[in-house]
Design a protein around this ligand. Structure first.
Ligand code: MV4
Length: 519
């Protein structure tokens, strides 16, 4: 039944490529890296057993180039492909191409990916499987009268969501029927223009929610296990900043209950390999399923640390080669607490403008309970072509407080020269009263004015040793406020004013950058 995989092509870059290479080395599997023009000096190229150039810097020419990657896999005899996260990881066409070419795609089957990729289809399947979903329409709502009926029975306020949306795109809010009628018309027109058809559904709007997800694994023998939850409520514009396990609001009984529901969710779509069931939790403690992420996630190390060292990548490979999951549900025990900070090459003092270029030097933290997953090394290049994640700091402690203090101290040890990162924001959050209390929600940053708190902290620190840097920073902060006040959040990332801000961000004077990085 099982036929050990001897070679894996890693269709990814950065820290996740390194993560997969390490698992391959432990399992004595040949690792095959791919790289673009921009990544010739990247460390995943050096560490893999073999590395092949696949195209120009733009992802569409390289890491997203399906035919190129499949052809190369055939040429070099790669038995399997690990897609990492992002890029082709949730592309059912790519999974299908692998299947057709007799290459093992380390992930679910294309059929399951097709079901998890379509929000409405997935929601309907979950409802049938008695997995709780957000109250609202059963499927696509094609006329306003039907939408008004459903909104009335679900109760206002409601959201209009597009079946084609993702990452918060295509979501509209309605407080009452009048607003619903307006929004419905606009959303239909927009959807028709973009996709040729309107596919809208209505949901009750849940207030002050937490994003809590369950890690799942399922093997080809039909065994399913959940590996507990991760709390991912601290986000900015649908990008997670901090994840932790356990969630401060999930007790043993809730974990068992929702864990069972999450297992039911993956079984309903005949899921294979590692995946995540995402839930929204309202203030009364109700959980609502929203979607399945059919990939290994950025925040998987948090789960690896609290399960006492289950290696999720090795488990993925074992499942892909037909093995059974080597543990029972009752063998798993929550072990301590883990917190992950995503360190992005973005300037938190400058509207999170991308900050790219060479990193002349860096110093990574280590010590008891500290894990850093990163592609950084002194002299490396942080490219503007790809995702801005440059490092993940994951701290483990016997309890939340120990993990938090270890995170705080490790953030203080971290130094990355040449670019700006989200480290100053993490330093602010990790000492913030509501974070410590566990009062988290998806609007945590706004609700507790974390950006203002970060500015305040920076000002106090800088005033002592670098007044010129303070002046420059305050001026820039004013400029950002003026520039973004006239545009909505959705429009803030496009257009001329934002381009100017980004450009200015790249050209931040070195002395200012150095002072700010020292905060
Ligand atoms: C919601 C919601 C409130 N009520 N649905 C945003 C992206 C998509 N994955 C689901 N999203 C939301 N759906 C209902 N009925 C609030 C959000 C939401 C959100 C969800 C998860 C994590 C962060 C979020 C930030 C803002 C809004």
């Amino acid at each position: 039944m099982t036929n050990k995989i001897k070679s894996i092509l890693i269709a990814n870059r950065g820290e996740i490529a390194l993560r997969v290479i390490r698992a391959c080395k432990e399992l004595d599997i040949k690792s095959i890296a791919v790289y673009s023009d921009e990544d010739t000096r990247s460390v995943h190229v050096k560490r893999a057993d073999e590395a092949y150039h696949i195209g120009q810097a733009a992802a569409s020419d390289s890491y997203l180039n399906m035919t190129k990657i499949i052809d190369l896999s055939n040429q070099v005899g790669a038995e399997a492909i690990h897609p990492g996260y992002g890029f082709l990881s949730e592309n059912e066409n790519f999974a299908e191409l692998c299947e057709k070419n007799n290459i093992i795609f380390i992930g679910p089957k294309s059929k399951a990916m097709d079901m998890t990729g379509d929000k409405m289809k997935c929601k309907a399947i979950m409802k049938k499987a008695k997995v709780p979903t957000v109250p609202g329409s059963d499927g696509v709502v094609d006329n306003i009268e039907k939408a008004a009926d459903i909104a009335h029975s679900a109760g206002y306020p409601v959201l209009l969501k597009s079946a084609f949306g993702g990452g918060g795109r295509g979501i509209r809010f309605a407080n009452d029927e009048k607003q619903l009628r307006q929004e419905f018309e606009m959303a239909s027109a927009e959807s028709k223009a973009a996709f040729g058809k309107a596919a809208l559904f209505v949901e009750k709007y849940l207030q002050k929610i937490r994003h809590i997800e369950f890690q799942l694994v399922r093997d080809s023998h039909g065994n399913s296990r959940h590996l507990f939850e991760r709390e991912c409520s601290i986000q900015r514009r649908h990008q997670k900043l901090i994840e932790m396990s356990p969630s401060p609001v999930v007790d043993e009984k809730t974990r068992e209950n929702i864990g069972k529901i999450a297992v039911r969710a993956v079984e309903a779509v005949d899921y294979l390999n590692a995946g995540t069931a995402e839930f929204l939790r309202d203030e009364s403690g109700n959980f609502y399923f929203i979607e399945i992420n059919s990939r290994l996630q950025v925040e998987h190390p948090v789960t690896e640390l609290v399960t006492g060292g289950i290696d999720l990548v090795k488990l993925q490979i074992a499942i892909a080669q037909g093995e059974e999951i080597p543990f029972q549900q009752q063998d798993l025990k929550m072990h301590g607490c883990a917190i992950e900070c995503r360190i992005n090459a973005e300037d938190p003092f400058y509207d999170f403008a991308p900050s790219v270029g060479p990193v002349p030097n860096c110093n990574l933290p280590y010590g008891p309970g500290i894990r850093v997953d990163t592609y950084l090394y002194p002299g490396c290049l942080v490219s503007g072509f790809y995702d801005s994640l440059v490092a993940k700091l994951i701290a483990w402690g016997t309890d939340f407080e120990e993990a938090r203090i270890r995170t705080r101290n490790a953030l203080a040890e971290f130094s990355i020269e040449g670019i700006n990162t989200t480290i100053p924001l993490h330093k602010t959050i990790i000492e913030e009263m509501n974070f410590i209390k566990g009062d988290l929600s998806t609007d945590y940053l706004d609700r507790f004015n974390l950006l203002d708190k970060m500015h305040e902290k920076a000002k106090n620190r800088l005033q002592k040793n670098s007044p010129a840097a303070v002046a420059a920073m305050l001026l820039q902060a004013e400029y950002i406020k003026k520039g973004s006040s006239s545009s909505s959040t959705a429009a803030a990332s496009s257009g001329t004013s934002s381009d100017n801000r980004r450009h200015a961000g790249w050209n931040r004077p070195y002395t200012t950058r150095r002072a700010i990085n020292a905060i």
